[in-house]
Design a protein around this ligand. Structure first.
Ligand SMILES: O=C(O)CCC(=O)C(=O)O
Ligand SMILES: [Fe+2]
Length: 272
């Protein structure tokens, strides 16, 4: 996987890598160790108990208890700084170039996979996540332009042993739901990195969380970004305090859909 530092960063490198390259890129040392360590402690405490928090793509009955999630409104409640991670300019500018300036957030959660977790099934992400029913999508739907991007903010180190995400490089170009004949596990690379690194990928690329064979949890913050016109899969505003919305940044307001409200009228006459 291509890896770039803040000095090397440009949004066009990200766009090219997500569309025409592997489908994923690693941004190194995006967040300070101090900030990530503080967030890790909060998320570890929050995910201590084995309760079903609504994770998906699990392969057996026990795994929902071992893939523990903390969803957006709870993240904001725990510490608004966790939500602010997505406003980081390298992430924000990349997404503007990839999905359009007024892109939105569809989902944000922390995911902690516990020792013994068996791994997700290889999949593609919303809005393509039920593309095995491709007759429910418009004819000729393809990945020539993106309807999704994913960010994983690494809170723990991601290693092959503890279940670092696997991804089939280049698979984003042929929009299809992976099946058993695709030899996903033979083709995949692993998205390994250090706390504070960020992986960006196009969710049309086949990928999945892998088994955690280590002795410790593996926390990542999973963010889904969408073009402004795709319905977010989560109601991010549900239970969100009014004061949070009022007091937050223009970037967060855009991410929460405030720039492109529904229902709407045309923004201005077309011929001005
Ligand atoms: O946790 C991971 O490594 C990937 C998660 C993922 O792909 C998903 O939940 O859709
Ligand atoms: Fe996914």
């Amino acid at each position: 996987m291509k890896t770039i530092t803040r000095d090397e960063f440009s949004p066009s490198i990200v766009v090219e890598e997500l569309m025409d390259g592997a489908g994923a890129i690693m941004l190194k040392d995006v967040f300070s160790q101090e900030r990530i360590e503080r967030i890790a402690q909060t998320l570890e405490a929050e995910t201590d108990e084995a309760i079903d928090t609504g994770s998906h793509f699990n392969q057996n009955d026990q795994d929902p208890l071992l893939q523990r999630r903390v969803w957006f409104t709870r993240l904001v409640e725990l510490d608004p700084d966790i939500a602010s991670l997505v406003e980081e300019p390298m992430i924000f500018q990349s997404m503007q170039a990839f999905l359009g300036k007024e892109f939105v957030m569809g989902s944000m959660c922390a995911s902690r996979i516990m020792p013994g977790y068996g791994g997700q099934e290889p999949h593609i992400d919303y809005p393509y996540w039920d593309f095995y029913r491709n007759e429910t999508f418009p004819t000729r739907t393809n990945s020539s332009f993106p309807l999704n991007a994913q960010a994983i903010i690494l809170i723990d180190e991601f290693t092959e042993e503890n279940g670092a995400t696997a991804l089939a490089p280049g698979s984003q170009r042929d929009l299809r739901y992976p099946d058993k004949n695709d030899d996903f596990f033979g083709k995949c690379i692993r998205l390994t990195g250090k706390p504070g690194d960020v992986v960006l990928f196009f969710g049309a690329a086949w990928h999945c969380a892998m088994p955690n064979q280590s002795e410790a949890g593996r926390i990542g913050i999973l963010v889904e970004f969408l073009p402004k016109f795709v319905t977010p899969i989560e109601d991010l505003l549900k239970d969100l305090g009014e004061n949070y919305l009022k007091g937050t940044t223009p970037e967060m307001q855009q991410l929460l859909g405030m720039k492109y409200p529904w229902p709407s009228t045309p923004p201005h006459p077309p011929l001005q």
